[in-house]
Design a protein around this ligand. Structure first.
Ligand SMILES: C[S@@+](CC[C@H](N)C(=O)[O-])C[C@H]1O[C@@H](n2cnc3c(N)ncnc32)[C@H](O)[C@@H]1O
Length: 458
């Protein structure tokens, strides 16, 4: 039983009236609704053991049900467990392949993975997280999901502005908030809550959306969301944006039974357009609490390629002259030479070979966790493939070592070497149930050495 703070219950009884407020308080004592998304970046992505009978309304490739965190589907990045209402945020961003998208408060990566599904490896996805350890988790999820076109950063929003002014078509601000909508999912949120905390969050949100505004191109859209109910962090942040920046306007979210429109009377300006926003309530039974608003930066100026954009997207091939024989040999063996001949040429930095998505020279000074796709490391002319590379490989077009039983899979994920029957030898992808999830190295003795990253072993 969750002990709701008295100031919280009094506040929402005042805002909603006692009938509706009681429905909310009762719903906060109920179990959460479990859901998951499938990953269209993986080939044959619907070929999963999960039950796909109950499709989730509103969201592409999403289903009701609980996933097993130890399953091959989870470890190979075929599924992502996420609250249904939280999934609506990236859905509202409606990204198209080729767009430049920023996920400004991105960890652990729920919105990032969903945005990446929409981009389908085309365009640029910058995923930023201010907190260092959370940024590492974000990177793990980016790798697992098989995303090739992302720049993963560990920065404050303000530090990004000089690099990306006017660059993005879409920016998702899934802001840190007082978490009222998470009370039943995460009881720790109840402990943190206080009216002062709500006020602190509001100030932080104002700073974050101001940075986001600066990075939006004319005609671009800002998707603002929180997982809290409080007007101060929702309607009033939208009012703040509209008040500070005269070229921002609200884009209506079409009303649906799954959520309520925003409350103009909960704002401070009486702006009737606040009803164009959306608020998910647990008592409506779709998922947890979530607020979503879409704002557009209007401008009469045509969205020409800006100076910033030209710089960030420029790839300087003269810098890429290095001995690639070991790399070419490896990619020929795994039948992936196409990867080396695209527009994004292999680039080397401190022996790390990668396919950058943003011109590395243009983002010097930022804390970069990953720029594009990490191919591997050159060690004395030998090439060691990276875990991110294995997560993008299609089992229908690469040779791989097959694990044959749950027991082999469990042992491998645990970090053990195993004996396998295979005519193949050397560094190769390892798959279970036709899903590639790791590298392994098969010696002449039939022993498969384990290259599943130590940090992911269980
Ligand atoms: C609601 S969570 C993001 C959830 C994520 N979008 C997802 O879908 O998985 C908010 C994030 O904002 C980060 N954050 C905290 N303070 C911040 C700040 N001042 N600026 C930007 N982000 C901040 C937190 O570390 C947290 O990871």
């Amino acid at each position: 039983m969750i002990d709701l703070p008295i100031e919280f219950t009094e506040k929402f009884t005042g805002l909603l009236g006692s009938d509706e407020a009681n429905k909310l308080f009762n719903a906060l004592q109920e179990p959460t609704k479990k859901a998951f998304r499938l990953n269209p970046l993986k080939s044959g992505y619907k070929d999963v053991k999960q039950d796909l009978t109950e499709k989730l309304a509103l969201i592409k490739d999403a289903y009701v049900g609980q996933i097993d965190g130890h399953s091959i589907e989870q470890l190979a990045g075929y599924v992502y467990s996420q609250d249904p209402a939280a999934m609506f945020v990236a859905e509202a961003a409606a990204v198209h392949p080729g767009e430049r998208v920023l996920d400004l408060c991105a960890a652990p990566g729920g919105k990032t993975t969903q945005l990446a599904s929409g981009l389908h490896q085309q365009g640029v996805l910058v995923a930023n997280e201010i907190n260092q350890s959370r940024a590492k988790t974000l990177l793990e999820n980016v790798e697992r999901w098989g995303i090739q076109n992302s720049l993963v950063l560990n920065e404050s929003p303000a530090r990004l502005v000089p690099y990306f002014t006017g660059f993005f078509d879409k920016i998702v601000v899934d802001a840190p908030c007082s978490g009222e909508g998470m009370f039943r999912k995460d009881p720790v949120a109840v402990k943190y809550w206080s009216p002062d905390y709500v006020a602190t969050c509001q100030i932080r949100q104002q700073e974050i959306v101001s940075a986001a505004y600066a990075m939006l191109r004319p005609g671009g859209r800002l998707i603002y969301s929180t997982c809290t109910f409080s007007p101060e962090e929702n309607e009033q942040i939208v009012e703040y944006l509209l008040g500070q920046f005269s070229d921002m306007k609200l884009v209506p979210i079409q009303t649906r039974a799954e959520f309520d429109p925003g409350h103009p009377e909960w704002g401070t300006t009486g702006n009737a357009e606040l009803r164009y926003t959306a608020r998910f309530w647990p008592q409506r039974n779709f998922g947890e609490g979530q607020f979503v608003a879409i704002l557009e930066k209007s401008s009469a100026v045509a969205a020409n390629e800006s100076h910033v954009a030209a710089q960030l997207m420029a790839f300087d091939s003269r810098k890429n002259v290095f001995d690639q024989d070991a790399i070419r040999e490896f990619f020929a063996k795994i039948k992936q030479t196409d990867l080396l001949s695209g527009k994004r040429q292999p680039t080397i930095s401190n022996n790390h070979v990668f396919l950058p998505i943003i011109n590395p020279a243009a983002i010097k000074g930022l804390r970069i966790l990953r720029n594009g796709l990490e191919l591997g490391e050159l060690k004395k002319k030998r090439f060691l493939p990276h875990h991110q590379l294995v997560q993008i490989l299609d089992p229908d077009s690469v040779p791989f070592i097959k694990l044959n039983s749950d027991e082999e899979f469990r042992k491998f994920v645990h970090g053990e070497t195993i004996k396998v029957e295979s005519p193949l030898r050397g560094f190769l992808p390892v798959a279970y149930q036709h899903k590639i999830f790791s590298w392994g190295k098969l010696g002449n003795d039939g022993i498969l050495k384990n290259f599943y990253p130590k940090g992911l072993r269980r």
